[in-house]
Structures are given as structure tokens and as C-alpha cells.
Design a protein around this ligand. Structure first.
Ligand code: SAM
Length: 260
């Protein structure tokens, strides 16, 4: 397989029919939204005629964009770099009756430029790592209006005594992971006030995210029986999921709600 074929197969596994593409739950998104609502910028700090300007970065097929559109009643600029995900989001938004509030934008978040203070709320679940967590914090702060809010999830160590085999396992998948205190310190160093943070439940991974993917991989294993390269890619994803089950006491996603 050449690189393009590998990428195509990656998207066959992480297909646009999936309703979420990273760990999370509707309840966690709603909980973060409640925290945001309590800390929301005052109307005097909101530009654009009192409307909240909202960006969903790395929106995928819209697991969060749809909730934000429904709950906030505001327009959501939904950015992703894979058009089939944005097409799926458009279809889901139509079905949910919120299509007029979703503005899909095909763009690479690493290359995107917005004006200073362009948004009152930036949401990014499971996606800020695509810019690099620390660089992403700096960029989002620039794009936020004064008192604007950033709600994000990021992988963290959940315990101090992480076994070395777990550290080695995660290092193959993600850039060096920090513990919650380390992330909080990095966040504050970049000029944010921490409004709140909470750890996502294990079900955000196993039930909401991995279960539908595993069902999909099962179908692909049959479809590509005898294709050792594609089967190898499937088993790499399977190993990632098995690793989480083994080490889920030690790492997880943490929701951080931050104020500029
Ligand atoms: C882990 S998924 C999370 C998606 C969604 N927030 C969710 O929870 O279902 C990360 C998303 O970021 C998108 N993405 C990855 N790199 C990107 C980039 N450089 N620019 C824009 N989007 C990117 C992927 O296509 C994917 O939809």
C-alpha cells in the first residue's frame, strides 16, 4: 500500500458513518457546557451583536457541534480537514433541524489564521493535539476575545505511579503525556484562568467510542481477509483499544474549561 492507500484505509476504519471519532459522551459535553454557561462572557464583552461566536475545532462528524448548536442556539463554525466528515455533519445537522446553525469549514487547523479575538467560545474535544497541545493553547488564546472560553479535552496521566510499560505504550500513540497538574501549570503559564476540569468516565472510551469502531473493524476483517497490510492496520487499532482497557486506570481524557 502506498501512503495514499493507507490514508484511504484509515478513513475506511474511522468512517464518516461513525457518530463520534474520539472518546467522549453527550453527558460530558453537557456538563462542560453548564460550566461554560456559568462562566460565560458578559454581553458587554461579546461582539457581533450580542451573539456568541463559536468555533468547534476538529469537529469530525459533529458529535459536539450538534449539541452546541442545539443548546446554545448560536451559529457554530465547525472545522475539520476531512470533507466526508463535514458532509456527514451536514446531513446530521439537517436531520436534527439545526443545519442553519452549522457552518462547516474544510481547513487544516495547523495552518488556519483567524483574527485576534475572533471567537467567544472555542470547543475542541479530542482534537487540540492535532496542533500540538501547547501550540494549540497559544493559538486559541489569540483567537479568543477577552474573557472568551476554551473547552477542550486532552489525554492526561491519572495517577503518579504509571508503570513503564504503560508509558511506553502511550508514547507510541501520542506525544508525551502530562499529568493533570502538569497540564494545569502549562495552561496557566499560557495566560488562561482555569474555570474547572473533570475526568471523562471510562465509558467515554469503551462504550461511546471503541464499541462502534470494534463493530466496524469486525466487518473490515472479513472484507479484507487475506490482505495482510490492511489486516495489520486493523490490528494496530485493535491493540490501541486493548491497551486502553489494560491501562485505563492510568490515563484518560480530562475536560478543561479555561478563560482567556
Ligand atoms: C479524535 S477526532 C475528534 C472528532 C470530534 N471532536 C469527536 O469527538 O467526534 C479528531 C478530529 O480532528 C480532525 N483533524 C485531525 N487533524 C486535523 C487538522 N490538521 N485540521 C483539522 N482537523 C483535523 C480529524 O479529521 C478528526 O475529525
Amino acid at each position: 500500500m502506498n501512503e495514499q492507500e493507507k490514508m484511504q484505509f484509515f478513513y475506511e476504519m474511522f468512517h464518516s458513518s461513525l457518530s463520534r471519532l474520539g472518546p467522549g459522551t453527550e453527558a460530558s459535553t453537557l456538563k462542560a457546557l453548564e460550566i461554560v454557561a456559568a462562566a460565560r462572557p458578559s454581553p458587554t464583552t461579546i461582539a457581533a451583536g450580542g451573539r456568541l461566536r463559536v468555533l468547534d475545532l476538529g469537529c469530525g462528524t459533529g458529535a459536539q457541534s450538534l449539541i452546541l448548536a442545539r443548546q446554545l442556539g448560536e451559529k457554530i463554525l465547525a472545522v475539520d480537514n476531512h470533507q466526508p466528515y463535514l458532509d456527514a455533519l451536514r446531513r446530521r445537522a439537517e436531520a436534527a433541524g439545526v443545519s442553519e446553525r452549522i457552518v462547516p469549514l474544510l481547513s487544516d487547523m495547523r495552518a488556519m489564521e483567524f483574527g485576534e479575538g475572533a471567537f467567544d467560545l472555542i470547543w475542541t474535544e479530542g482534537a487540540i493535539f492535532c496542533m500540538g497541545f501547547l501550540d494549540g493553547l497559544v493559538k486559541c488564546r489569540k483567537w479568543l476575545a477577552p474573557c472568551g472560553l476554551l473547552a477542550l479535552t486532552e489525554i492526561c496521566w491519572l495517577q503518579a505511579d504509571v508503570p513503564q510499560d504503560c508509558r511506553d505504550f502511550l508514547l507510541q500513540l501520542y506525544p508525551p503525556t502530562m499529568d493533570i497538574a502538569g497540564n494545569l501549570a502549562a495552561i496557566r503559564e499560557r495566560g488562561y484562568t482555569v474555570v474547572d476540569h473533570f475526568t471523562l468516565p471510562k465509558s467515554a472510551w469503551s462504550e461511546e467510542y471503541y464499541r462502534p469502531i470494534e463493530a466496524r473493524l469486525e466487518v473490515l476483517r472479513e472484507q479484507y481477509a487475506g490482505d495482510s497490510e490492511r489486516l495489520g492496520m486493523i490490528e494496530m487499532i485493535q491493540a490501541e483499544m486493548d491497551g486502553y482497557r489494560k491501562y485505563s486506570d492510568y490515563y484518560g481524557y480530562v475536560f478543561f474549561i479555561l478563560k482567556r
